[in-house]
Write a protein that binds this ligand. Sequence first.
Ligand SMILES: C[S@@+](CC[C@H](N)C(=O)[O-])C[C@H]1O[C@@H](n2cnc3c(N)ncnc32)[C@H](O)[C@@H]1O
Length: 257
Amino acid sequence: MIAEAWQWLTTPATSQARRLGFLKESIAMQARFQRCRSAWQPHYQRCQQVIREAMAQAGQQRVLLIMGAGLLEDIPLAEASERFEQVWLVDMVFLRKARRRAAAFANVRLIEADITESLTPLANGQDDVARPRRWLDQPVDCVVSLNLLTQLPMVPVRSRLKRSSKNHDAQLETLGKELIEAHLAYLSRFSGVRCLICDRWVEERRADARLVDELDPAWDVALPSTVREWGWTVIPFGESAEAPHNERIHRVGASIW
Ligand SMILES: C[S@@+](CC[C@H](N)C(=O)[O-])C[C@H]1O[C@@H](n2cnc3c(N)ncnc32)[C@H](O)[C@@H]1O
C-alpha cells in the first residue's frame, strides 16, 4: 500500500490522469499482474501473437499505432520496433517500468492522450460523445486497440454517477454504448490494417464451476467477428478479498480487418 502510494506521488502523469483515477488504476493493475503473473501471462502471450499477425498483414511499415498500451506487457515491442519505422503507443498514463522499456527503442514514442477525445467535454457537462479524428491523417499502416474498448465507458460513467444521482440507467447506458460505437467507428476509419483485442464476455464462477454472475462488457454493442478467442483469468481464486472463493474470467476476442 505504501509502495503504491509512493508510486502515485512520483510517477509522471497528467493532472487529468491523476484526477480521473487512471494513474491509480494503472498502479493497481501492475500490482495485480505481479500477484497473478501465471494466470495473466498466457493472455499477454496470445495478445502478442495476434499483434504479430496484424503487423504481418500491413502492406507498408511506416507507423504502428497501439491504443491502450498501458503496461506494455501485451505488446511484442522489440519486433514492432524492428518491423515498423515508428511505433506510437497511446494511453492516458504510463508507469515508470513502461517508460523504461519504451526508452530502449529509438523509434518508440509514448503518447499520453485520451483516445475518446470526449473526457474533457463530458466532464464539462456536455452530453455528446466525440468522433475521434486524431492520427487519421498520418501514415498509420497498422492500428491496434488493445484491451481498451470495454474500459472506455468506465471513467465517464463513474464521473456522471458521482456528479449527480439524477442520472438514469438508460442515459448511462446510452453514454457507454456511444463511447464504444465511436471507438469502433474510429478504428474503421484508419486505412491500414485494424486489429481489435478486447473482452467479449465476463463470467464469475465458484470452484465447482457454478456460474455466479456474467455480463456483456461491450454493453450489447455488436463487435467485429473474431479470428482468435481465449479465456483470461483476470481474478484467480483467492485474489478478491470480498469473494475469495470466486474467479473472474474474461472471454477475450481478437479481430483483424
Ligand atoms: C485493461 S487496461 C489494458 C492496458 C494494457 N494493454 C495492458 O494490458 O497492460 C486498459 C488501458 O486503457 C487505458 N485507457 C482507458 N481509457 C482510456 C482513454 N480514454 N484514453 C486512453 N487510454 C485509456 C487505461 O489507462 C489502461 O491502461
